[in-house]
Design a protein around this ligand. Structure first.
Ligand code: MG
Length: 160
């Protein structure tokens, strides 16, 4: 059986007055991610995990931030495109596990909505999608609320 594992990591700076979008869900907060796209750091990490599993490079290679087509783009569209590539290469997505590190706001109330949204985009059951959130105990850039980081792993299985 051909099984592939992939890992992704992404960071975005936070700035006042921007939308905060995580896993395709808008979260009410005074700050949002600075980015060329909608700044969905969690989806970017998931895309990199999926691409990494097949050694296809990273999200920046596929969707360059110098390309005007991607300005302000809804990152769920990028994730959809990446899952289409994964399937075209002959793999199914077994599961995804993502961790978001940010000090504030509390993400727990949004976790199930995020899993549901990812499930719709990726096309696998919510039971196969894990989203977790952690603070960094006020340490580092996440703890100082200067930025958000996200990591993700994904497991792919060849369809034949
Ligand atoms: Mg990013």
């Amino acid at each position: 059986m051909d099984i592939r594992i992939g890992h992704g990591y992404d960071v975005h700076a936070l700035a006042d007055g921007l939308r905060l979008v995580l896993c395709g869900v808008e979260v009410e907060h005074s700050k949002g991610c600075v980015a060329h796209s909608d700044g969905d750091v969690a989806i970017h990490a998931i895309c990199d995990a999926l691409l990494g599993a097949l050694a296809l490079g990273d999200i920046g290679k596929l969707f360059p931030d110098t390309d005007e087509r991607y300005r302000g783009i809804d990152s769920t569209k990028l994730l959809k495109e990446v899952t289409d590539i994964v399937r075209a290469k002959g793999f199914t997505i077994s599961n995804i596990d993502c961790t978001i590190a940010m000090q504030r706001p509390k993400l727990r109330p949004h976790i199930d909505t995020m899993r549901q949204r990812l499930s719709e985009v990726v096309g696998i059951a919510t039971e196969r999608i894990s989203v977790k959130a952690t603070t960094t105990e006020r340490l580092g850039f996440e703890g100082r609320e200067e930025g958000v980081s996200a990591t993700a792993v994904a497991l792919l299985i060849a369809t034949e």
